[in-house]
Design a protein around this ligand. Structure first.
Ligand code: B12
Ligand code: SF4
Ligand code: SF4
Length: 212
């Protein structure tokens, strides 16, 4: 768990800042659970998808429970979904946005730094954290920003490995990624059918070579 003061979100797009959701928000509590590494090795996409779905439930249960507990103490608190639902959808680009970007919130709470694959990289757990957050109506003691870097300047492993060429080092072409990474099975249900940019990163399980 890490804390970000609301003032750190000045760089977020208008409409997607904590104050756009709750004008009284003062701080964000960002929480995270580790995705088990073994799921990346499975020949089937099903175990990884199952873990993803259970972590969504786990994080959402955690943030809803925390919000309810804070409210009994007289503190306004609002949970942010760890995945769906989200409202912003640009159909032409197949580009969605959460009501708040959790990976940016995690960076601003000191949980890590952004990798070129556009995923949060944490010193200890690499890019394998699943995130959640609660907006809180009081000032909490902020955590310091991460004092390390993750991507080596010349590393382009994730960019080169993406089968859709969806990554450019700072942004993602969601249309391209969605075409490959979300599949509906004939048997019913859906699976996350690509996680290559996560798996190939040499820092995916934690920093091998932190630079300070
Ligand atoms: C929509 C979505 C997707 C989309 C878009 C992903 C993306 N990179 O944005 C798709 C379907 C492609 C996707 C794929 C995956 N996703 Co996803 N996804 C989300 C979701 C629900 C919303 C993300 C969002 O709003 N993106 C749009 C924004 C961030 O980007 P944008 O519109 O281009 O905005 C730009 C600027 O406006 C600016 N910006 C936007 N907000 C802010 C805020 C601040 C403060 C600042 C400074 C700037 C800024 O930055 C952007 C880049 O320039 C989040 C949950 C959440 N609420 O955050 C999970 C989330 C990002 N996904 C996650 C994961 C794990 C994945 C996958 C690995 C799943 C898989 N296939 O295995 C892949 C990874 C693909 C990749 N390399 O990103 C995790 C990432 C965890 C981590 N360690 O970083 C999240 C946070 C879910 C979670 N609860 O943990 N996902
Ligand atoms: S999940 Fe797959 S398709 Fe999407 S950006 Fe990562 S490597 Fe590319
Ligand atoms: S593969 Fe290389 S460039 Fe991509 S996120 Fe990992 S360290 Fe950064």
């Amino acid at each position: 768990m890490r804390i970000a003061p609301v003032g750190r979100f000045a760089g977020a797009p208008e409409g997607f800042r904590p104050g756009d959701i709750d004008p009284g928000c003062r701080s964000l509590v960002v929480v995270a659970c580790r995705f088990p590494l073994g799921t990346l090795q499975a020949a089937s996409n099903v175990p990884y998808t199952l873990v993803r779905n259970r972590l969504v439930d786990r994080l959402d249960t955690l943030t809803c429970t925390l919000a309810a507990a804070l409210e009994t103490e007289g503190i306004t608190a609002m949970p942010i979904p760890s995945a769906e639902p989200y409202e912003h959808w640009d159909a032409a680009r197949r580009h969605g946005r959460g009501i708040l970007s959790l990976k940016h919130a995690a960076v601003l709470a000191g949980l890590g730094v952004m990798g070129k694959n556009t995923l949060l990289i944490n010193e200890r757990y690499g890019n394998m954290l699943w995130l959640g957050a609660v907006l809180v109506g009081v000032d909490l003691e902020p955590d310091p920003l991460a004092a390390y870097e993750a991507c080596l300047a010349k590393c382009t492993i994730c960019l080169d490995a993406c089968p859709q060429h969806a990554l450019d080092g700072t942004t993602i072409d969601q249309r391209r990624c969605r075409e490959r990474s979300i599949s509906v099975t004939e048997g019913g249900g859906w699976v996350l059918s690509c996680n290559t940019c996560r798996k190939v990163c040499p820092q995916h399980a934690g920093l091998k070579r932190p630079h300070r």
